[in-house]
Design a protein around this ligand. Structure first.
Ligand code: IMP
Length: 426
């Protein structure tokens, strides 16, 4: 991994266990970079018996000698950022010293959160089941060219003008469409100025620093938040988040897409989803309940119960191709311990060709066709050598490699850092 530029990405609808994988490889890397999303993400880590959840900070920040970056593609809530820094600082040393934030990041302001939540509650628009953190509304402002960016906080007259205009827009909506009180300009302006003071030392030229690190052949890790099926262009639109995943690295940091040496994808041995949207292999039965309970499938950001189902190899293969995945880390295989049989969706029954379904990602009318695999009683839980896996688990892994066309290079067998089998990671 030395000297490599690596992309790490969830291959399903998020919550694949990326935090733990980052944690495992972070000891070998010099820099970890977030390039999209915001504090909608939730990466859970268990280190030395302590559980840590990261939303906005790269989860690699708990390692020493690492630089952590928030690239221009990230939407930043300063409230959430400072709270997370304060929480993390109780356990990790030097959090602020390790962190660099691009001045070009769009900021999530209270009106983004308010509108996101009002829309989710209203009966008039499609409800997505968002995290309610103002992510989509902040990205709307970015493409609508009204964002207040981090750099605007250091120029009082520019901040004053931009905030005046943007609040006019939002307050019109709050008052006229939702019957709400308007947001007070002065209170918000003052809050931005206070936050600017704390933000200032964290601001740096992220694009340039990453360029230099790559030129010096240092290893750099791009941490995708959410999962590839939630990508705004490639995912299950409109039930997606509002950013681009692997395709967003280039624009979300300011580097050429040709710089990525290796793409590591993370997939759960089954599938979960939070929020609304199609989910062909969802199990609304006792097996779904079993996966949910045994896998502790509760959202790290919102505490919502995750929907559970079998692994969908049709979607996985497609996402592997779209994202140029070189190797997969299969997580939570231990959750399948004790099941008599395990199903994997290997085809869809539909009046449309699979290729056409995947182009539009309209999945509500497909019926999964499953291949059955024998389950296992010998636990995989806590194993860290491939040879120790029982033969049915190995057959399951080999079949997934065949179905997706890429090797499974890591297998996670439990929540702790050491519950990991590392095979042939670069
Ligand atoms: P938003 O990103 O808050 O706008 O939510 C849009 C969709 O993405 C909703 O279905 C969320 O549940 C989902 N989502 C956003 N972040 C995550 C995540 O980190 N894990 C899983 N789902 C997520």
């Amino acid at each position: 991994m030395a000297g490599k530029v690596i992309s790490l990405l969830g291959l399903q609808w998020g919550d694949e266990g990326k935090g733990k994988v980052v944690d495992n490889i972070a000891k070998d890397i010099s820099a970890a970079v977030r390039y999209q999303g915001g504090h909608n993400a939730g990466h859970t880590l268990i280190v030395e018996e302590k559980t840590m959840v990261f939303h906005l900070l790269p989860s690699a920040i708990c390692h020493e000698n690492i630089r952590c970056y928030l690239g221009r593609g990230v939407v930043v809530s300063l409230d959430a950022l400072f709270e997370e820094i304060d929480d993390a600082s109780e356990i990790i040393k030097g959090v602020e010293e390790k962190l660099v934030i691009s001045p070009a990041c769009s900021l999530i302001q209270p009106y983004h959160i308010k509108l996101d939540q009002l829309r989710e509650k209203s009966n008039t628009s499609i409800t997505i089941g968002t995290t309610g953190r103002g992510i989509g509304t902040a990205y709307e402002d970015r493409v609508g060219r009204r964002s207040i960016r981090a750099i605007d906080l250091f120029n009082e007259s520019r901040l004053h003008n931009k905030l005046t205009e943007v609040l006019e827009y939002y307050n019109f909506l709050f008052v006229n469409s939702f019957g709400q009180e308007p947001i007070d300009f002065h209170e918000l302006y003052d809050l931005n100025l206070v936050q600017a003071e704390r933000l200032k030392p964290l601001i740096g030229n992220v694009g340039n620093e990453i360029k230099q690190l790559i030129e010096e052949e240092k290893s750099v890790l791009f941490e995708g938040a959410q999962g590839a099926l939630l990508d705004v262009s490639l995912g299950t639109y409109p039930f997606v988040t509002s950013s681009n995943l692997i395709g967003g690295i280039s624009s979300g940091v300011g580097i050429s897409p040709t710089k990525i040496d290796y793409s590591l994808g993370i997939a759960k041995a089954y599938t979960t989803r939070v929020g609304q949207g199609p989910f062909p292999t969802e199990l609304d039965n006792n097996i779904g309940e079993y996966l949910s309970k045994k896998g502790g499938e509760v959202g790290a950001t919102t505490g919502r119960k995750r929907r559970c189902g079998w692994l969908d190899a049709v979607l996985l293969k497609h996402i592997v191709y779209l994202n140029g995945i070189d190797g997969i880390c299969l997580t939570k295989i231990d959750v399948l311990d004790g099941l008599e049989s395990i199903k994997v969706c290997t085809n869809y029954k539909s009046s449309h060709a699979i290729e056409d379904i995947l182009e539009s990602m309209i999945l509500d009318e497909v019926e999964p066709i499953y291949t059955d695999f024998k389950g296992w009683n010998e636990p995989t839980y806590g194993l860290n050598r491939f040879e120790d896996l029982n033969s049915n688990a190995r057959k399951y892994i080999a079949a997934l490699e065949e179905l997706c066309g890429v090797p499974i290079v890591m297998i996670s067998t439990g929540p702790k850092r050491e519950d990991t089998i590392i095979r042939d990671l670069i």
